[in-house]
Design a protein around this ligand. Structure first.
Ligand SMILES: [Zn+2]
Length: 611
């Protein structure tokens, strides 16, 4: 795939680099490893609290990085002469007043309910005032595989839907409800997304019978985070029972038994009943910051930029990204490998390049990102909203994420290093092979430049990327990812190779030529049928923006293109990635389905066969 590549080292770079990585003495390596060990030990210490956005610990980490950049001779690259680029990320919700639920019956009877006693606003609720007819949608489950589809029974658009928690036959071992997807159907956010996709005005959730022995308790507001546009209220069964009784002649228990028996949905309108709802939920934000230090270039290439990056945030005390075996226990997730290791390496590279006198070539921007674990938010912010150095003049981005666990392949006894992005510029594949000469890693190369770390944000802006990674391990996203498990000499050797790469990128005369690597489509092992798109995680848009289409995949065959916005799946509206995943989860592999997309503002329908 790569073309023949020729390179001449500029003399200045050559002499400087020979000293650094040609003939560096062991004593020097010891000293370097000692300072790297110091950095990673601090960044992964209890004091830094797992570097969760919003903690004091992550700010201590940011201060540590900024101080190291300053000491290395980097100038501040952030706002107002600082090393920081501040931005905000979603930070949960706060419940305000008032929160009202008033039910009005067919005879004009009014039932005013008490917040915190009869009902409770749920943490993912939207903030809205709604007055709409009440309908009952059973469990609020769509499970076509087992031919149980509550939402198919009636049009809930503009209605307040009452639905039961979990799924039919929840505790039945003999006759489990759709046993493969039971938990997925039972998810509260799944139900909320389905209600939203069917254009419901609000959701009233009641506990299923399995909660009765516990006293039909209401979930606290903070129980499930998330964010929905429509109100979501948890309501006691005693509120809904008389309404069902008067409308249908059955109470909840009767209906649950009936559904359990024949697995037939019992969705129905509740004639004459209206709900008046007001919810007051304020979505909070957390202030975070990227840390940026700059070494200006010199000579004819000085106006171009090479970015060297890593994320310095981690999971803090746990939360959605955690794989802790005790999911509800708050424990510091130290994130030594993920990604104090990459951050330590970026600091180390800053020191080395900062120490080169009269360095010639491109500007080097050293940047540690925040909120990567929340969905690459720091690098997204930089690339999509506030690129301090023009991306058009950014010739490459080198990302280090999880480089602290270098291990040997037991067969070859060679240390294994994963390098991604080798196909993102014409020269990269050959370049990395050449530079690996002497370092002698066993490279696992991947051509593509997309993936679950910050280089992805740059590659989507057509910046060629390199991504260094020493591989997965059982401590990944667990509190046990600690600094004592880091292979510090290995991390230093990865930094040595990254240094050679950066030195080349900083000085190579012709800027690397961007290549669009076509993804190849492989049906996933997951349970959700796939159509071969890469969604673009833009939060503030309705629908799902298609960032890329895998070659030969179902979406490509149907004519879908990058830039399309998916707004409908099988006739249901797609509010966001969550509703998209829920709706796709209900499709069958091999069954054609219609997907509505917006292209240049025009709606069109594509027939896709998911795999
Ligand atoms: Zn991570």
């Amino acid at each position: 795939m790569m073309r023949e590549w020729h390179r001449r080292w500029p003399l200045a770079a050559l002499t400087g680099l020979l000293v650094l990585w040609g003939t560096r003495a062991t004593a020097d390596n010891d000293a370097i490893e000692a300072r790297m060990r110091k950095d990673i030990t601090f960044l992964a210490s209890d004091q830094c609290e797992g570097r969760g956005p919003g903690t004091k610990g992550i700010d201590l980490a940011a201060e540590h990085i900024a101080a190291a950049f300053a000491k290395a001779g980097l100038k501040p690259g952030g706002k107002e002469g600082s090393y920081y680029q501040p931005f905000t990320v979603p930070g949960g919700a706060e419940l305000k007043q008032p929160n009202v639920l008033r039910l009005v019956g067919p005879l004009g009877q009014e039932i005013e309910l008490r917040h915190g006693v009869d009902f409770q606003v749920m943490g993912f609720s939207g903030s809205k005032t709604v007055s709409a007819p009440l309908v009952f949608v059973g469990y609020g489950v769509n499970a076509p595989r087992v031919k149980y589809e509550d939402f198919k029974m009636l049009d809930v658009a503009g209605k307040v839907v009452v639905l039961i928690r979990r799924v039919p036959r929840w505790n039945s071992k003999e006759l489990p409800f759709d046993k493969e997807k039971k938990d997925q159907h039972a998810g509260l956010l799944t139900k909320q997304a389905l209600a939203e996709a069917n254009k419901a005005a609000a959701v009233l959730l009641v506990n299923d019978a399995s909660d009765l022995p516990g006293g039909d308790k209401l979930m606290p507001f903070s129980y499930i985070p998330g964010s929905s546009a429509i109100p979501a209220l948890h309501v006691r069964r005693s509120v809904i029972d008389p309404i069902l009784q008067s409308s249908l002649g059955m109470d909840l228990r009767d209906i649950e038994r009936a559904i359990d028996r024949d697995l037939q949905p019992r969705a129905t309108i509740l004639a004459g009943w209206t709900a008046n709802i007001q919810t007051s939920v304020v979505r909070k934000t957390i202030a975070v910051k990227n840390v940026i230090g700059v070494l200006e270039g010199a000579g004819p290439l000085a106006k171009e930029t090479v970015m060297i990056g890593s994320h310095y945030d981690h999971l803090g005390y746990g939360g959605p990204g955690s794989l802790n075996k005790k999911p509800n226990v708050k424990e510091i997730h130290h994130g030594a490998d993920d990604n104090a290791s990459g951050t330590t390496s970026v600091i180390e590279l800053a020191r080395r390049f900062g120490a080169m006198p009269n360095r010639q070539g491109r500007r080097l921007v050293f940047m540690t990102f925040s909120a990567e674990e929340m969905g690459l938010l720091g690098s997204r912010h930089y690339c999509n909203k506030e690129p301090i150095f023009p991306l058009a003049d950014t010739v490459a981005m080198v990302n280090l994420d999880m480089v602290g666990r270098l291990r040997a392949d037991p067969k070859t006894e060679k240390d294994k290093l994963i390098v991604e992005g080798t196909g993102t510029a014409k020269s990269f594949n050959k370049l990395i092979d050449e530079l690996n000469n002497g370092t002698d890693f066993q490279l696992t190369k991947k051509a593509g430049g997309t993936g679950p770390s910050d280089h992805d944000s740059f590659y989507r802006k057509k910046v060629p990327v390199f991504f260094f990674f020493t591989g997965m391990h059982p401590d990944y996203h667990r509190p046990s990812d600690t600094s004592d498990k880091i292979n510090v000499p290995g991390m230093r050797r990865v930094a040595d190779l990254a240094e050679k790469v950066v030195a080349n990128l900083a000085t190579v005369k012709e800027r690397p030529e961007y290549v669009e690597v076509k993804g190849s489509f492989t049906p996933g092992p997951g349970k959700i049928p796939r159509i071969g798109i890469i969604p673009n995680y833009e939060e503030d848009k309705e629908g799902v923006l298609v960032g890329g289409v895998a070659d030969g995949g179902p979406a490509a065959k149907a004519g879908m293109k990058a830039g399309d916005v998916i707004v409908e799946v099988a006739g249901k509206s797609v509010a966001n990635l969550n509703t998209y995943m829920v709706l796709m989860g209900q499709q069958q592999r091999g069954q054609p389905l219609e997907i509505g997309v917006l292209r240049d503002g025009k709606k069109m329908t594509l027939k896709v066969i998911p795999q």
